[in-house]
Write a protein that binds this ligand. Sequence first.
Ligand SMILES: *Cc1c(COP(=O)(O)O)cnc(C)c1O
Length: 371
Amino acid sequence: MGNILVTRSSMPSFEEYCEEIRKLWDSHWLTNMGAEHRELQRQLEEYFGCPHVVLYTNGHLALENVIAAMDFPKGGEVITTPFTFASTTHAIVRNGLTPVFCDVNHKDYTMDVEKIEALITEKTVAIVPVHVYGNLCDVDAIGAIAKKHGLKVIYDAAHAFAVKYRGVSSACFGDASMFSFHATKVFNTIEGGAVCFSEDSLTETLNDMKNFGIRGPESVVYVGGNAKMNEFQAAMGICNLRHLDAEIAKRGRVAARYREHLEGVPGIRLCRPQKDVEPNYAYFPAVFDGFGATRDQVFEALRCEGITARKYFYPLTNAFECYRDLPTAGLEKTPIAAFLADRVLTLPMYADLAMEDVDRICGIILSLRKG
Ligand SMILES: *Cc1c(COP(=O)(O)O)cnc(C)c1O
């Protein structure tokens, strides 16, 4: 039987992509905000219902730049969670800011809004929450806390493409949201990313920052880097966007099949569908606690059968070698995140994952049950 990886990139047909990039052989315009770039940006603004989208070569630089664009004083503190990909914490620290780690909640593994206010000091400048696994943060509570204390909110929405809350896109909350269009995400442009926001003045700043601070042929206004999305990436995005709804529907069927097997099994915890949230089925996390086999044993049992699951997120970012000695680090400060990191496994999840494969994966897991 074939090997199964944890994910598999969505791709249009070869012919569809060739048709899209054919124009590039006519124009010889390969990057620097070309026609494909402008078209994808327009389509995404429409898709999100968000006034401004600035495209990036990847999600990480999008997050780094939008934090930089807020121009926080150096040494400012940013409240974030350690139950995330390295990128979130790195983007804060690479801006000369200090990450202050807030624990996550047991329900959907996003930032525990009950614990935010206790972490606010006179140095706090922003909150960077993560819509982890596509689970939407409590955007109402976070918005209220930020308003009360005069803080900016920048969402790491890398997992939350196509997620909606009461009909509103995940792109529309906080001061800005960052998306990743990496090959492993629900929507991909091979590598890519974007920042979404409504504040008009931010558009020019971000466009400057991602292109060396060059505003005009004889004008450099900012110490910027290079983080532009190229035309081949944008073309991939335009093609993938056409098939997105169908891909998400297929992911939904995979998720439902997993639930048929694993829901209610003692010792396995699944995330419940969130109220008022339209999901994207980006990941299928399962938490093994008192199951009979540990998370690592489940991981190994699957690996022996050629199936790759992912310890996502383990280790926590506040346990990384580069952060664990920070005064704000320390796993005891985020006990629920630490609990989850030791017990969670994301199971293979992609649109074309066959039902028989889901059955086989679940069969292996359930065979490890105690008793
Ligand atoms: C993928 C990801 C990023 C980074 O995005 P890239 O496009 O890979 O640079 C940031 N945060 C989270 C939570 C992610 O999963």
